[in-house]
Design a protein around this ligand. Structure first.
Ligand SMILES: Cc1cc2nc3c(=O)[nH]c(=O)nc-3n(C[C@H](O)[C@H](O)[C@H](O)COP(=O)(O)O)c2cc1C
Length: 236
């Protein structure tokens, strides 16, 4: 009952779902990876857009955040837009707000906090990974999603491999295999499903949610101060 906003991904939410959410006094949000999706969602009656760039974890589109965010913000104005995809520092929050976003939406950075339910093996693989170690692959869910590159994703990319099945069938193939792989710890993780965005390159140590939030705020304030100094130096 305390839920104030319901967010939908992978398409425009159906009219009856939007009506039910509005009738219950809640706001409807929707994720998008391209401006044409954002426009369709606005037309359908969505209240808040979440623009997620190519570098984000999980399902994502082909347009990078720095291009996508202002494009969606301008296209759906005056609807509020939250910026997503690649946010892991307060500097990136400052950039998103500078572009006109009303706020930000994060995913990956919560995978390695103390409170997360990721396994120790998964967490270590995120700590080790650089920003170059993810791939956008259909091999787990059937739709392009960003995850750590491993033997499983590479095998599905080989020329002899069959094409992944459409959603939701591919996950029926992949999920039992990934669950079995998990039983083999470190060794099995080469075949495991580790969804995460490119910001994984900066996820290098375990912190608490509280520490992450404080650091985001401090970095955001430092970024804004730096800009203020720059501006005043040039206008003085
Ligand atoms: C492990 C994982 C699972 C996700 N699952 C969903 C989901 O079920 N529904 C959804 O709308 N977005 C999902 N996302 C996307 C996030 O909502 C968010 O848009 C994305 O993580 C933002 O990019 P970032 O990972 O660079 O922060 C998921 C992301 C990750 C990393």
């Amino acid at each position: 009952p305390k839920v104030k906003l319901v967010a939908n991904a992978l398409g425009t939410p159906p009219a009856d779902v939007i009506d039910r959410i509005h009738d219950s006094g809640r706001l409807m949000a929707a994720l998008c990876g391209a401006t044409k999706h954002a426009l369709a969602q606005k037309k359908a009656g969505v209240d808040v857009l979440i623009a997620q760039g190519h570098e984000g974890g999980g399902h994502c589109g082909e347009i990078g955040s720095v291009v996508l965010w202002p494009e969606v913000i301008d296209a759906v104005a005056p609807l509020p837009v939250l910026a997503a995809g690649g946010i892991g520092t307060g500097r990136q929050i400052a950039a998103a707000l500078a572009m006109g976003a009303q706020g930000v939406w994060t995913g990956s950075i919560w995978l390695t906090v103390q409170e997360a339910d990721t396994t120790p093996v998964q967490r270590d693989s995120y700590f080790r990974a650089t920003s170059a170690d993810t791939v956008r692959s259909r091999s787990f869910t059937g739709k392009p999603a960003r995850m750590l590159r491993n033997d499983w994703t590479q095998a599905w990319e080989s020329p002899e491999a069959p094409k992944p099945l459409p959603m939701p069938m591919q996950y029926m193939v992949a999920a039992p295999a990934a669950a079995r792989a998990r039983r083999y710890g470190e060794k099995g993780n080469a075949l495991g499903f580790n969804p995460v965005g490119q910001i994984v390159g900066r996820m290098n140590e375990m912190r608490s949610v509280k520490e992450v939030v404080y650091q985001l705020v401090e970095e955001y304030l430092a970024a804004v101060e730096r800009l203020e100094k720059l501006t005043s130096a040039h206008t003085a």
